[in-house]
Design a protein around this ligand. Structure first.
Ligand SMILES: NC(=O)c1ccc[n+]([C@@H]2O[C@H](COP(=O)([O-])OP(=O)(O)OC[C@H]3O[C@@H](n4cnc5c(N)ncnc54)[C@H](OP(=O)(O)O)[C@@H]3O)[C@@H](O)[C@H]2O)c1
Length: 271
């Protein structure tokens, strides 16, 4: 990260702290970073992580002129309290990671001059493995997009989309996606128990299987279908299971339905 970049981080809870830690680990100078966090416990944790933190916007040193304002508050907070940050619109660009709040709505609070990028990370940001998707609003230059990519890469991978309408589907796939994988661990463990394994062993097997398969998928140049075929011998045990999972009304149909439900809910929440 450029050592000259100055970032104002608004909201330093779970996601804000993941970003702050990621930036510091990548060479961001603490002098160029200020977090605003009113919650005492979160502020203490942020300070412990080396993130300079104040309680409110009034406590930000007037001499601190950010290049970026990163909005990481809850959606309910964003609806009511972003207007004070409009004062940075002339000199800074904004990145929002707030779920469900559209660029038009952010610009309604931040003003028509505000260059706003909307992004959607996921919970794996906590371990630097987020899949983050971003979309640029009016006035966001290619140079700003590049800088933003570097900032968001501090917590994982970044992909850009051109059409903000796709954010609902993105939310349904990668935003909510980690929960589907956690459910897979739970369900696989439960199935192991039903097949006669002790619960603790079944949970361990299920968890490490997902971790190992995920790591293999990450490191391997092969696609998911190839990786699957590589472990499926004709007439074998994996094939027997996949016949069930890949049948009509199997995993694909369930996920189609789940992602459609999450997409529709995301659209509803954004209003
Ligand atoms: N966590 C995820 O996996 C995830 C994934 C994708 C997107 N997001 C988005 O990221 C945003 C942050 O999520 P999170 O999980 O980090 O939530 P969080 O842990 O609750 O963090 C938000 C923090 O902002 C503080 N805050 C409240 N009002 C504020 C204000 N006016 N100025 C500055 N800070 C204020 C909150 O304090 P109080 O608790 O006292 O209100 C809280 O500590 C949300 O909009 C969420 O939609 C999160």
């Amino acid at each position: 990260m450029s050592s000259r970049r100055r970032i104002l981080l608004v909201g330093c809870g779970k996601m804000g702290q993941a970003l702050g830690r990621g930036w510091l680990a990548r060479g961001q100078k603490p002098a160029g970073l200020v977090a605003i966090e009113p919650n005492d416990a979160a502020a203490r944790a942020a300070k412990d992580a080396g993130i300079p933190t104040v309680n409110d916007i009034a406590s930000v040193d007037a001499a601190f002129q950010p290049d970026w304002v990163v909005l990481a508050v809850k959606p309910q907070v964003a609806q009511v309290s972003l207007t004070p940050f409009a004062k940075y619109a002339g000199t800074a660009a904004y990145v929002s990671i707030i779920a469900g709040i559209r660029i038009a709505s952010l610009r309604a609070s931040l003003g028509p001059k505000a260059a706003v990028i909307r992004s959607m990370p996921n919970t794996a940001a906590a371990v630097g493995r987020s899949m983050t998707v971003a979309v640029a609003g009016p006035g966001v230059t290619t140079a700003l997009k590049s800088e933003c990519t570097v900032m968001l890469e501090a917590v994982g991978e970044v992909a850009w989309i051109d059409d903000e309408a796709h954010m609902d589907a993105v939310t349904a796939v990668s935003g909510s996606g980690p929960a589907y994988v956690f459910l897979l661990i739970e369900a696989l463990a439960e199935a192991g128990v039903r097949a006669g394994l002790a619960p603790a062993l079944a949970q361990r097997l299920a968890r490490q299987t997902v971790v190992g398969a995920g790591e293999l998928a990450r490191q391997s140049p092969d696609t998911a279908p190839v990786l699957r075929q590589n472990v499926t011998s004709p007439g074998g045990t994996t094939e027997a299971a996949l016949k069930v999972l890949m049948a009509k009304n199997g995993l694909q149909d369930l996920l189609n339905e789940a992602v459609a439900a999450a997409t529709a809910r995301s659209r509803e929440l954004a209003g």
